[in-house]
Design a protein around this ligand. Structure first.
Ligand SMILES: Nc1nc2c(ncn2[C@@H]2O[C@H](COP(=O)(O)OP(=O)(O)OP(=O)(O)O)[C@@H](O)[C@H]2O)c(=O)[nH]1
Ligand SMILES: [Mg+2]
Ligand SMILES: [Zn+2]
Length: 356
């Protein structure tokens, strides 16, 4: 017997055949599945058939895990030993992620390049922009890249409409990057335009809100929740310290059964992924490149270069092209670092085996 008022069915938490199959071995060993809803340092909270549970990963899990991205994060399904009476659990395994929103993090002066998972097993990403802040299409491109890489679908919310005179030119700029992505204009504070957002909130659907600090992510969630659950805050001066109001990720369950993850504002979204995703965002550029005279045209001094021609006559915006090159270069460097890292790893493993 447990003391939880309401015990959720796994399907209500987003469980599906995908996880069922991945869980089979754990099931045979007597584990139960749970979905991570919050994390404070190394202490996790999760929802399960036994209600809410709290606990850490086991020593063995820790020992066997080298990549930061292989530790559980909010949204993940994990295999646990749990006790519904005490509310305690220990986490023994991490199930594969159906979708994952990732970014590159550089630590130790960029010596270690690794992925940080922002949220996992999400269905829809809400990319939130604040219409009061300077509209930066290049920053948005990075969010759109990460969203595409994630495997989830995404929408754009242009919030704080009450502080902005016009949005048409901004929408037009977005349409140049993506002709299909749904764009919604809202005022979370004035509770305007949120009916359209409500449509996305379906039972067992997981939504993650991302965007810079102060754009109104938590305010949107509060409005959707119908209560002031998430702390919100005025945008302070653009100093680099202590500007973020939300400091912890949390998965919340709305009354209608949808789940939302509030995220701290992201200052810089380092690209994590591969070039094919970039190609799908810049199809026009890739198509132009196929029309260059030379197959290996670098679009610099080569004659009959379709890209240079398009730039000259204004068919292709210089800024957009520059950004494409920049992102391409960033992904190239990332791929090289990943390679280096994999080589070091395999050397380490060989060494270890050799010493045995
Ligand atoms: N005028 C106006 N202000 C808004 C709107 N939405 C949010 N705000 C205000 O903007 C400030 C920042 O909102 P938050 O919801 O805390 O922003 P956030 O995106 O969660 O920020 P972080 O948690 O730091 O990432 C608060 O003072 C809100 O009241 C809006 O539609 N219009
Ligand atoms: Mg917030
Ligand atoms: Zn060319």
């Amino acid at each position: 017997m447990t003391f939880n008022f309401y015990i959720m069915e796994l399907e209500e938490l987003g469980w599906s055949v995908f996880f069922e199959e991945a869980f089979q071995n754990y099931h045979d060993m007597g584990f139960i599945p749970a979905r991570i809803t919050a994390q404070h340092a190394n202490l996790y909270t999760a929802m399960s058939e036994h209600g809410e549970l709290e606990g850490k990963v086991t020593g063995k899990f820790r020992f066997n895990t080298t990549e930061r991205s292989d530790f559980p994060i909010v949204g993940d399904w994990v295999a646990v030993k749990g006790n519904g009476v005490t509310g305690k659990m220990s986490i023994h395994g991490l199930l594969p992620r159906r979708t994952a929103l990732e970014r590159k993090v550089a630590s130790n002066l960029d010596l270690i390049t690794e992925a940080q998972i922002i949220s996992s097993n999400i269905d829809i990403i809400f990319i939130v922009l604040g219409l009061d802040l300077d509209f930066n299409i290049r920053r948005l491109e990075r969010y759109m890249f990460a969203a595409k890489e994630s495997g989830a679908s995404s929408i754009i919310i242009m919030n704080k409409f009450d502080l902005c005179a016009g949005v048409d030119d901004k929408i037009e700029a977005i349409r140049k990057i993506d002709t299909d992505i749904p764009i919604h204009v809202t005022s979370a504070l004035g509770k305007e335009g949120l009916d359209a957002i409500q449509e996305y909130l379906r039972p067992a659907i997981t939504i993650s809100l991302v965007g810079s600090s102060g754009v109104g992510k938590s305010t949107i969630i509060n409005t959707l929740l119908g209560e002031e659950k998430q702390r919100t805050g005025a945008v302070r001066e653009h100093d680099s310290h202590g500007r973020h109001v939300t400091t912890n990720r949390e998965l919340m369950i709305l009354e209608n059964g949808a789940m939302v993850i509030d995220n701290p504002g992201i200052r810089e979204l380092g690209l994590w992924g591969d070039e094919s995703t970039l190609g799908s965002m810049f199809e026009d550029i890739e198509a132009l490149a196929t029309q260059c005279k030379f197959n290996d045209c670098r679009h610099r001094t080569e004659p009959k270069c379709a890209i240079k021609q398009a730039l000259e006559i204004g068919d292709l915006e210089q800024e957009r092209y520059d950004d494409y090159k920049k992102m391409q270069r960033e992904l190239f460097i990332l791929a090289r670092k990943k390679d280096q890292r994999a080589r070091i790893r395999s050397k380490e493993i060989k060494k270890m085996n050799g010493n045995n």
